[in-house]
Design a protein around this ligand. Structure first.
Ligand SMILES: Nc1ncnc2c1ncn2[C@@H]1O[C@H](COP(=O)(O)OP(=O)(O)OP(=O)(O)O)[C@@H](O)[C@H]1O
Ligand SMILES: [Mg+2]
Length: 256
């Protein structure tokens, strides 16, 4: 069983507020055809959720009146999830949306409980469960944002996934020269932290360092993962067919 995350940067236009990309969803659905029952899909929010989350300050907790923010933010990302599920259904895949707001509780932004039973039930019945980054109730700060990246790692460990894919809009984790770093092991993390923090983009998004930290945590538990470009035609299919792509993050220093 595999867990695949498709970044919000792939299925939305991150430069325009609330702009899904139906063409990308249709293409990705075709590449996933026939995989229901062996795959858990997670997607990011991209431009459908980040804005509202920031406007209501949800990642820092639940201030008075911010309950509206939970509703607005959840509704935006849930709608994106419905759209993706509709594209998957159109491609003949029995996809079903499962919302982390209903399944997870966080403590200081980290998952403290997660009901995986609905996810398992989907897999047993040959259904493709589709989850996403979402708002949560948080026992320490009232509310929080649960990123798709954190969710992927949690699900992969709970469900004992054989493999994890993180599809985003760049070819992998890029080094200072702009080339793809082919292999990352957790012992490289201190060196990568300064490298990724020092990169031109990371100040803007922080996206890639967060991903690599989560994936090194996963590699330490024995599950390897691949960061690859899911905006490129055929790459999701290649990932599902075990072809080498992007950056491989793994625990064994010798393994390629
Ligand atoms: N060293 C790096 N290598 C690769 N990408 C980097 C690096 N530093 C910064 N980035 C940026 O990280 C971004 C990917 O992370 P980001 O969180 O924005 O995307 P995503 O996870 O696909 O979207 P979402 O968070 O909405 O699901 C890329 O667009 C890239 O500009
Ligand atoms: Mg991200």
């Amino acid at each position: 069983m595999r867990v695949l995350k498709i970044g919000g940067s792939v299925i939305t236009d991150k430069s325009k507020r609330r702009t899904p990309r139906p063409d990308a969803m249709a293409r990705l659905a075709l590449e996933m055809a026939g995989r229901a029952g062996e795959l858990v899909l997670v997607h990011g929010a991209g431009s459908c959720g980040h804005d509202s989350a920031a406007r209501y300050g949800i990642s820092e907790g639940l201030s008075a009146g911010a309950e509206t923010g939970l509703f607005v933010t959840h509704k935006e990302v849930a709608r994106l999830c419905e759209m993706l599920c509709a594209s998957l259904q159109d491609a003949g895949i029995p996809a079903l949306p499962l919302h982390p707001l209903d399944l997870a509780v966080t403590a200081d932004k980290r998952i403290s409980s997660f009901n995986t039973l609905p996810v398992k039930a989907c897999l047993e019945r040959g259904v493709l469960p589709v989850l996403h980054g979402d708002v949560t109730f948080d026992t320490e700060q009232g509310a929080a944002i649960l990123s798709g990246d954190q969710l992927v790692v949690h699900l992969a460990l709970e469900l004992r996934a054989s493999d994890v894919g993180l599809g985003t809009e760049v070819d992998g984790v890029l080094g200072p020269d702009g080339g793809v770093i082919r292999n990352i092991t957790p012992d490289m993390l201190p060196q990568l932290r300064s490298l990724l923090e020092g990169s031109a983009h990371v100040d803007v998004t922080g996206g890639m360092l967060g991903k690599v930290e989560e994936l090194c945590r996963l590699a330490r538990q024995g599950v390897s993962s691949t960061v690859f470009n899911a905006s490129v035609d055929g790459n999701v299919r290649s990932f599902l067919e075990n072809q080498p792509l992007g950056t491989h993050i793994h625990g064994d220093e010798r393994h390629g």
